[in-house]
Design a protein around this ligand. Structure first.
Ligand code: FAD
Ligand code: UDP
Length: 374
């Protein structure tokens, strides 16, 4: 087979680049995916009960980028949706990010009022403060609050999710979920928040539906690379795998998903309930909250974090810390010697990207590295 581009991986990064190249440059693309489906980790499907579930855990689209929103809106209509998360703490379910409503639900009224006043005076209403920053506070009340939130929200969850304490992983990880000095119970505050109306997989079908794109599923690109002629590769798989682990293995965290269905309308009050302090799963997500479906039963998923082992499970999360950055940089140095390969995506960049960041990176690569050289 003779194509212009070989693209490895049919997730956000690979599919968007395939579409741009096929559509704008009118060049031929072979999109190779080792799984038996498109859409990468955003893949969703109707389970045996007719509920639209996310095979690789809950995927909630949120972005401040109008460019990304407008681009994806060419391929899907949206169900506007604000994600809400509760965490099980001291026998109650309280809003996460931990906010003023959470403070009032776990502390006596007068102490909660004091905390609200102190926090607003110190940081300002509406501000977001990371747990590691709050732990540095000197006032006795804020120290107490910081210790409480650290112990009840972050410590157990982070130990389960990452196998280390919050201070042992890059600050950017826990600051994704700050303490939010507000009464806003939404998980995200981005301008655009939604779920593709007919699901992510349908949106991906539309993205790659182009006569210049050929899709090959169930195929590891290394098995067919020699049988194809192409000018360039875009690689979105694990960075270390591309180089046959030459400098050693980059660590990832993995998950085991356990799906359940019950013959009842709803299982929990909001889409996601976190369990920082109990059990060995981190969270339960109930899908009908995301899809807005009406059905007699309800499907939900438990996430059990685990170590990643090659050949045994899937590398879901790059682990951001100093040591891993050094190893990833060593591989990235090597990528610079390869003129005809573009590395991009959560695994190939070894970066903890959200969907919109993966999409933004793909659009930017297309404009700056592909279109500009035409
Ligand atoms: P991927 O989606 O991982 O796609 C890479 C593809 O390459 C995969 O399909 C893989 O099978 C394929 N591949 C790898 N190696 C090979 C090979 N050798 N040959 C052929 N194919 C190969 N983001 C959000 O914005 N909101 C969320 O709520 C959210 N929730 C998430 C929950 C979980 C549990 C996880 C793991 C991620 C979540 N994300 C979320 C992040 C989101 O999944 C990623 O940002 C996005 O999928 C990245 O797209 P990608 O194309 O870079 O990578
Ligand atoms: N986190 C936590 N407790 C929570 C929610 C999040 O400790 O109740 C920490 C944990 O370290 C987690 C990180 O914040 O891995 C980022 O959370 P996020 O919900 O963004 O994780 P993702 O959806 O990407 O798995």
């Amino acid at each position: 087979m003779n194509v212009d581009w070989l693209i490895v991986g049919a997730g956000f990064t690979g599919s968007i680049l395939a579409e741009r190249i096929a559509n704008i440059c009118d060049e031929k693309v072979l999109l190779v995916e080792k799984r038996n489906h498109i859409a990468g980790n955003a893949y969703d499907f109707y389970d045996e009960h007719g509920i639209l579930v996310h095979k690789y855990g809950p995927h909630i689209f949120h972005t401040n980028s109008k460019k990304v929103w407008d681009y994806l809106s060419e391929f899907t209509t949206w169900r506007h949706y604000f994600h809400q998360v509760l965490a099980s703490i001291d026998g109650k379910q309280v809003p996460i990010p931990f906010n003023y409503n959470s403070i009032y639900s776990v502390f006596p009224l007068s102490f909660a009022q004091n905390l609200e006043k102190t926090l607003t005076e110190r940081f300002g209403y509406g501000k977001k403060v990371s747990i590691l920053k709050l732990l540095e506070e000197e006032s006795e009340d804020l120290k107490f609050l910081a210790d409480y939130v650290y112990k009840n929200v972050f410590l157990g969850y982070t130990l389960k999710q990452w196998g280390v304490k919050p201070e042992e992983i890059d600050k950017s990880v826990t600051s994704r979920v700050p303490i939010y000095l507000s009464r806003d119970n939404r998980y995200f505050q981005d301008t655009y928040q939604a779920i593709p109306e007919f699901g992510y997989t349908k949106m991906f079908q539309n993205i790659i539906n182009h006569p210049n794109i050929k899709l090959l599923l169930n195929t590891n690109y290394k098995e067919i690379e020699d049988q194809i002629t192409f000018k360039k590769i875009i690689y979105t798989g694990p960075l270390d795998f591309y180089f046959d682990y030459e400098f050693g293995h980059l660590p990832y965290r993995s998950l085991d998903f356990s799906f359940k269905n019950l013959k009842q309308d709803r299982y929990q009050d909001v889409a996601q309930v976190n369990y920082p302090n109990e059990f060995n799963f981190t969270r339960i997500t109930e899908f009908k909250h995301l899809s807005g479906q009406k059905a007699e039963s309800t499907s939900f998923v438990y996430e059990f974090p685990q170590e990643y082992e090659i050949g045994k499970n899937t590398p879901y999360y790059p682990i951001p810390n100093e040591e891993n950055k050094i190893l990833a940089d060593k591989y990235k140095q090597k990528t610079k010697q390869l003129d005809n390969v573009i590395f991009a995506g959560r695994l190939a960049d070894y970066q903890y990207y959200n969907m919109d960041q993966a999409a933004a990176r793909a659009l930017s690569i297309f404009e700056k590295q592909i279109l500009s050289s035409k």
